[in-house]
Design a binder for this molecule. Structure first.
Ligand code: ADP
Ligand code: MG
Length: 192
């Protein structure tokens, strides 16, 4: 099998690839389609959940999104990637992230959209899993907004952001600006 990766994605190691569950999959399109089905089932499950901001839930959500696809679904990555922090630091950084988000929610530090976007950005920045971090962190942001009574983000009209499209370029550019502490474009993009 040979998978192609869009810009701003994290190629899998051979070990990670060997943990692909469906044995019939050999192309990127087949993988995308399979993952999408898996994720739709996970979304249904996740919409009933109310305790969203914990490391445990982050892992459970990833597990449900990819449990029919990757044996490492829900498990933290154990390899270095071109994006993301040193993998040894993942548990402690996720704990800090949850503490910060809970503080922001308790004190209404920002608008709900901004809290969700900041959560999204920091989660993909940490890059806790070998793959699926973008989709996982977008769904998590949407779940938080819906739990708080808002309308879920559109993220560029729900185009396939994990594919190499012009809209993805815009999204990655907005994430890079958020890396520098400027969230404006990412907030606007999430509602575009
Ligand atoms: N410069 C960046 N800063 C923060 N996050 C980034 C950056 N570049 C890419 N990303 C995030 O990483 C994701 C790609 O990681 P990956 O694990 O392959 O997720 P997925 O498989 O869901 O696309 C992108 O969708 C984006 O959310
Ligand atoms: Mg990917």
């Amino acid at each position: 099998m040979k998978f192609n990766y869009p810009e701003g994605a994290t190629p899998l190691t051979n070990d990670e690839l060997a943990d692909l569950i469906p044995i019939h999959i050999t192309t990127q399109d087949q993988l995308n389609e399979w993952e999408q089905k898996n994720i739709l089932v996970a979304e249904k499950w996740a919409r009933k959940k109310t305790d969203l901001i914990s490391t445990k839930f982050f892992q459970e959500l990833h597990e449900h999104m990819f449990n029919e696809t990757w044996k490492w679904a829900g498990k933290f990555r154990r390899s270095e990637k071109n994006i993301g922090i040193d993998w040894h630091q993942i548990p402690v950084e996720l704990k800090k992230l949850c503490d910060d988000v809970n503080y922001q929610l308790d004190h209404a530090s920002y608008s709900i959209d901004e809290i969700a976007v900041r959560l999204h950005h920091r989660l993909v920045y940490i890059h806790a899993f070998a793959n699926g971090n973008g989709r996982h962190a977008r769904l998590l942001a949407d779940l938080l907004i819906m739990l708080l009574g808002g309308t879920r983000f559109s993220w560029g009209m729900h185009q396939d952001l994990y594919k190499p499209t012009p809209v993805r370029k815009q999204y990655i550019a907005a994430l890079r600006r958020a890396d520098g502490g400027d969230y404006k474009d990412l907030i606007a993009f999430a509602r575009s």
